[in-house]
Every structure is written in C-alpha cells, then in structure tokens.
Design a protein around this ligand. Structure first.
Ligand SMILES: Nc1ncnc2c1ncn2[C@@H]1O[C@H](COP(=O)(O)OP(=O)(O)OP(=O)(O)O)[C@@H](O)[C@H]1O
Ligand SMILES: [Mg+2]
Length: 479
C-alpha cells in the first residue's frame, strides 16, 4: 500500500464559537512516519483543531495543505476520502452490529452485502495481524471491551486507507495494559509510513510515544519541542505556566467511626453477568479508600450499586448506620452520598442544559438556592459563578449548554457540584480521567481537603499513581 500523504500542514487556523476563540492563528504540521503529540489544558482547543482537520468543523480562517497543496475538507466523508481518519473521544460504532459490519458500514458495495462481508473479514484479519489489532470480525460490538472497540475504530480508518490518523485522547478509556498494546500498534503504523496525531493529558505517555510535541494554551500555540529534548517537567511548565504538585502531605488519619459499610454485596453488569461478588468493605470518616486495578472487574458496578443506579442482588449497603440497599438515587443523595460517575457524558450532566442548570442539579430545592418552592436566581447565579471560578471551569457564559464545553471542563463542573454538597460519603470514579494536569492537581487538593473535613471517600481509579498519592488504604478487586 502506498500512502498518499507525506506532509500535512495547518496554517493560520482560527475558529470562534460564541464567546470563545477556540483556535487562534494556529500553525501545526505532521509528517509521514511521525507521531506528533498535541498537548494543552482543558479547553485549549485541541479537539477543535482536529475536528477542523477531519471536516467536522470549518475554520473561520487559515488553510490546510497536503504535500504542499491546499485542500478543502468539507465533511468527515470527504476527510476519509482524502486519507484522514479520526478516532474520537467517544466511539461511533453501532453496538448491535458485528465488527465486520461496522467496518463495512457506509462503504460503497458493488455486490451483495453478504459476499462483501466475507471480503471485509479477510482484509480485517490481514490488517489486524499487520498492526497488532487483535479482534474477532464476527463479534458483536456491544460484547467487546472498550479497548477492543477502539481497535475496531482504528481498523475502520485503516480499512479506508487513512494515511493520517488523529487520536483524540485514545488512552483515557484504556487500562494500562491496553495502553501498552495501543502503543505497539501506533509504532507499527508509524513504521509503515502513517502520520499520527496523538492527544493525551498524560505526560509520560506523550514522552513514551511521540516524536514531537506542540503545546496549545487558550487556542494559541505556546511551544513546540522535540520529545527527545524535553521532559515531563518542562512540558508541564509549558502547559500550565508553573510547576505542578503531584505528591501530597496528608494529616495523619484520625481513628473515626465508619461511614460506609458494605457487607457481602452482589450485583450484575449490563450483560447480566455477576460483576460484584459478595464484596465487603468499610470506609471511615476522614479516610480515602482507593480501589485500584483495571476496570471491567466490577469497580463501576460497585459504585453504581452504592449510588442506587444499579440493583443489589444480595448484601447490604449502609451509610452512617442507615440501610440504603436498593434505595432510590434521590434517597441516597438525601442521605449524604455524592457520586462522580465514570460515564460523565451520560450520567453526570444533562447535555442540553446550561452550565448553571447543571451546577444546581440535585440541590435546586435546598436553601440558599430555593426560597420555599421558588428558586432564588440571585443566589443561583452567585453560587454558579463561584463554582466556575473556584474550579476554573472554562465556559463563555453560565447560560452556555454543557454539551459545548470541552470534555475536561464538564468533568470539573460535576466535581464542583458534588463537592459543594459537603457529602458524608463521596464516591469518586476516575475523577481525573480526561482532566488536564493543572485541574488534576486541583481536584486532588480538594479531595484531600474533603478528607480533612471528615468525608469518607471511596476512590476508584485505574491510575495507580493517583491511588497511591491519595489513598489511606488500597483495596483490589479481582475478576
Ligand atoms: N461546538 C461548540 N460550540 C461552542 N463552543 C465550543 C464547541 N466546541 C468547543 N467549544 C469551545 O471551544 C474551546 C476549545 O474546546 P476544545 O474541545 O477544542 O478543547 P480541548 O483542548 O479539546 O479540551 P479537553 O482537553 O477538555 O478535551 C472551549 O472553550 C469549548 O468550550
Ligand atoms: Mg478535547
């Protein structure tokens, strides 16, 4: 296979949204056989730039050149036709179709669909082997783990002969082992002459996989370096403009009464298989208990069962002595439990609601935000302003719909809302996934403060460094 793109260049790219300049005169380029990392704080404009290159957005100004020739990219279909593939933060596969069907979807077909699928399967196998993307073409997509779904997305792009692959935070949803496997694939793609753009908030990943790094801040390029000449420390400084704290001094743990008591809890996953298997665990006031280990071992189901979003099939959950097993989510919130879900796009916010509306979800009926049955808008505005300022949520206005915020900023907003409720128990699932290093530092600081105020915290994280930095005790769940 000969790849058509040797050099991709973006010149003077600008893009505005109401109230923000997402991209401001950006210059960026990537060559065949190179991995170029794009780094920047939440809302810096990375995804916007990539969506322009993929034809999802049109730039207000600037040009795109392939091999020195100006090109117009009008839509993702157009992008694919010209050799550009993008792996999104959120997958776009059809769950009830097989891998092969998903890959064949939308391809021009000259013959009957069934015959065609045969050919597709064979070619998938070839690509799989060549790039280390192991996946069964006949498997149904909903049955696949997240890491395997991502492989399908990559295969889909390769099948369409994408010479340039854009990967927008591909590792955010992966286990450490899956990250290693992805990196093997990326290196092979690079050797085969593909051009790759890699976005991640994890600096050690950027150091491990990229050849060059470009840093964006507030929509502008603020630095570009060769990876071999830089360090995580320098990258952090370029991004945030100062050094960041990764180690925390915590006050010694006071022996406190237990807040969360879980006794022989059982629950099933979405596929109906046992996920939480007779699990027992206690978390005391002022204590952070970390649950480490790769996801898919019931961590998520455990959190959802405690929060009342999944049925417990056996066992008991009590919070401050009160039996909350299979209570309604509202009852559980009333009992002082706050939940930062892993699936934030669907469970943590209402996407079409504004920042302000989302900031007061679940607490709009309590003073000072309500007076009797009326909402107190003055206080709501004040309250939201304060949350947005304290947590540095980048949003043009308080009336902006949440769906137009960048991924990390949505995350910060949920965190802000949940922590201001002064919960007795906080369940934090992957609290810094997709969050930039400055905001990660801030969220860690707030968790430590919350601990000092006596909140019991159950921290579920795949990031072992995070667990070790924060937790007083660590529990592991095995499948
Ligand atoms: N469709 C849209 N409508 C309005 N504003 C948008 C839209 N898409 C992005 N923005 C705004 O543009 C800015 C840049 O967002 P973008 O998603 O590119 O950031 P990012 O660097 O990818 O951040 P993150 O690391 O959080 O994913 C943000 O202020 C965001 O709110
Ligand atoms: Mg983004």
């Amino acid at each position: 296979m000969t790849l058509s793109i040797q050099h991709v260049e973006l010149r003077g790219i600008s893009k505005r949204f109401p109230g923000v300049v997402a991209n401001d005169d950006i210059k960026f380029d990537v060559r065949a056989g190179e991995i170029h990392a794009l780094l920047g704080e939440n809302g810096a404009g990375k995804s916007t730039l990539m969506k322009i290159l993929y034809g999802l957005y049109q730039a207000d100004a600037g040009e795109i050149l392939f091999n020195g020739q100006p090109v117009k990219i009008k839509s993702p279909t157009d992008a694919l036709r010209q050799g550009v593939g993008m792996i999104h933060q959120h997958f776009q596969l059809v769950p009830v179709f097989t891998v092969a069907e998903n890959i064949a979807l939308g391809l021009p077909s000259s013959r009957g669909a069934i015959l065609e699928l045969d050919v597709v399967s064979r070619r998938i196998k070839e690509l799989s082997e060549r790039y280390g993307l192991v996946v069964d073409p006949s498997a149904l997509v909903w049955q696949l783990a997240v890491g395997q779904q991502q492989r399908v997305e990559i295969l889909k792009a390769l099948y369409r002969q994408a010479a340039l692959l854009i990967l927008d935070e591909p590792t955010a949803v992966l286990t450490p082992q899956e990250v290693d496997e992805l990196f093997v694939t990326l290196r092979r793609l690079k050797e085969a002459g593909h051009a790759l753009i890699f976005i991640s908030h994890k600096l050690h990943e950027v150091m491990a996989i990229s050849d060059r790094v470009t840093v964006l801040r507030d929509g502008r390029v603020v630095g570009g370096v060769n990876t071999k000449d830089t360090s995580t420390k320098e990258l952090a400084r370029l991004m945030v403009g100062r050094d960041v704290v990764t180690k925390w001094d915590k006050a010694a743990l006071q022996a406190h009464e237990s807040v969360l008591k879980i006794n022989r809890l059982s629950a099933r996953n979405d596929k109906g298989l046992p996920a939480v298997k007779s699990l027992s665990l206690d978390v005391c006031a002022g204590e952070i208990v970390g649950i480490a280990g790769v996801s898919g071992n019931g961590q998520r189901e455990l959190a959802e069962t405690i929060a009342g979003l999944r049925r417990a099939e056996g066992g008991v959950v009590t919070v401050c002595g009160k039996d909350l097993t299979n209570c309604s989510p509202a009852g559980i919130i009333d009992a002082g439990v706050a939940f930062i879900p892993e699936e934030r796009m669907t469970m943590g916010v209402i996407r079409d609601f504004t920042v302000q509306e989302n900031a007061i979800l679940e607490m709009h009926a309590c003073p000072p935000l309500a007076r009797g049955v009326f909402l107190d808008f003055g206080n709501i505005v004040k309250h939201t302003k304060q949350l947005v300022r304290e947590y540095d949520v980048k949003t043009p206005t308080l009336d902006t719909p949440v769906k137009s915020l960048s991924g990390g900023n949505i995350q910060k907003l949920i965190m802000a809302r949940e922590l201001t409720r002064q919960p007795k128990l906080l369940i934090a699932a992957q609290p810094t996934r997709g969050v930039d290093i400055g905001a990660t530092e801030y969220i860690h600081k707030r968790l430590i403060e919350q601990r000092a105020q006596g909140t019991a915290i159950l921290l579920i994280s795949e990031d072992l460094d995070e667990v070790l930095a924060l937790a007083d005790r660590v529990a592991t769940i095995w499948a």
